[in-house]
Unconditional design. Structure first.
Length: 312
């Protein structure tokens, strides 16, 4: 069977390097924007998933509704209002998209750049549509509107490729609870763990970040960053957190909570204990045996204390 032509073109786009210099320049400008804490807001860290797909629903829905009204005589005024709503809501959606785009892999950025160009063309066409409508040129306004909707469709197809084929914005640690078997797993001797330095161990072929603190407490998180699977064991440990070396996401060692983005999902965390001088870990499940979240943490700390108290 012959390969789908659209997929072939998208694969070629991922490999096309001629715009890489432009991508680097735009990426630096986006990362230099003085957004402060609003950067995490635009990433969607508070939502637990990217905000961009949610924000684009408003302009896309408005423009699609305008196209439906344009098909019926006498509805031009309502269609014009919807075109204006779409244009007003496009700016925050675009800003969130650019902030996410700046922290993607190169192949994703190549597709994302064309996605942004298609959406920018849509904004330009809809701006022309609104101008024509205001000036009483209804036929031209409708024509520009339908052209704008075509550009939106192309941008949406590229956005779908980014999200579902290239997994940008997906939680890259989601599968951990499904592949790590239940129970305790021995990962090595306590003496083998350097103090306050991240190391990588493995459970069921799943990489695990392990950190032994100065006070003796041991933390374990899934090693692949939930943002884009960066190796946390190669990151920096400070103030009870680990920072991903790829895009700077920060996770709390005690429970994997994403303190700072671009990661929007926390890291799966493991309970730890010491038995006969060896570290054992098990995947932490907040609802295990009907425990509340705080009870699971209390049990983990109790086991660590008891094991140390027995000279483990």
């Amino acid at each position: 069977m012959r390969q789908n032509r659209v997929l072939w073109l998208l694969d070629r786009l991922e490999q096309e390097s001629r715009a890489d210099a432009l991508i680097d320049a735009v990426r630096k400008r986006v990362q230099a924007l003085p957004l402060g804490d609003r950067r995490d807001l635009l990433h969607g860290r508070g939502l637990g998933h990217p905000a961009h797909p949610l924000l684009v629903q408003v302009p896309i829905g408005s423009w699609l509704s305008a196209a439906v009204l344009d098909l019926y005589p006498g509805r031009t005024r309502g269609a014009g209002l919807l075109v204006g709503v779409g244009l007003a809501s496009a700016a925050p959606a675009a800003l969130a998209g650019w902030v996410d785009w700046a922290d993607l892999h190169r192949r994703q950025q190549r597709v994302g750049l064309v996605h942004a160009l298609a959406n920018s063309a849509a904004v330009g066409l809809y701006a022309a549509s609104l101008t024509c409508r205001v000036r009483g040129r209804g036929a031209a306004g409708r024509a520009y509107g339908f052209l704008g909707l075509t550009a939106v469709a192309v941008g949406g197809m590229l956005g779908g490729h980014l999200a579902y084929r290239q997994a940008s914005g997906a939680n890259h640690a989601e599968e951990i609870p499904h592949v790590v078997t239940q129970g305790w797993h021995r990962i090595g001797a306590v003496a083998e763990l350097p103090v306050d330095r991240p190391v990588r161990r493995s459970v069921d072929d799943v990489p695990v970040l392990v950190v032994r603190e100065t006070g003796g407490e041991i933390h374990a998180l899934a090693d692949r960053c939930s943002h884009l699977a960066g190796p946390l064991s190669e990151g920096t440990v400070a103030d009870g957190c680990v920072q991903c070396p790829w895009h700077g996401s920060v996770f709390r060692l005690s429970d994997g909570w994403n303190v700072r983005g671009p990661a929007t999902a926390p890291q799966p965390a493991f309970d730890t204990r010491v038995v006969d001088g060896h570290v054992e870990i098990r995947l932490r499940q907040q609802d295990r045996d009907g425990q509340a979240p705080g009870e699971g943490e209390a049990e983990r700390r109790r086991m660590v204390t008891e094991d140390h108290g027995h000279g483990g």
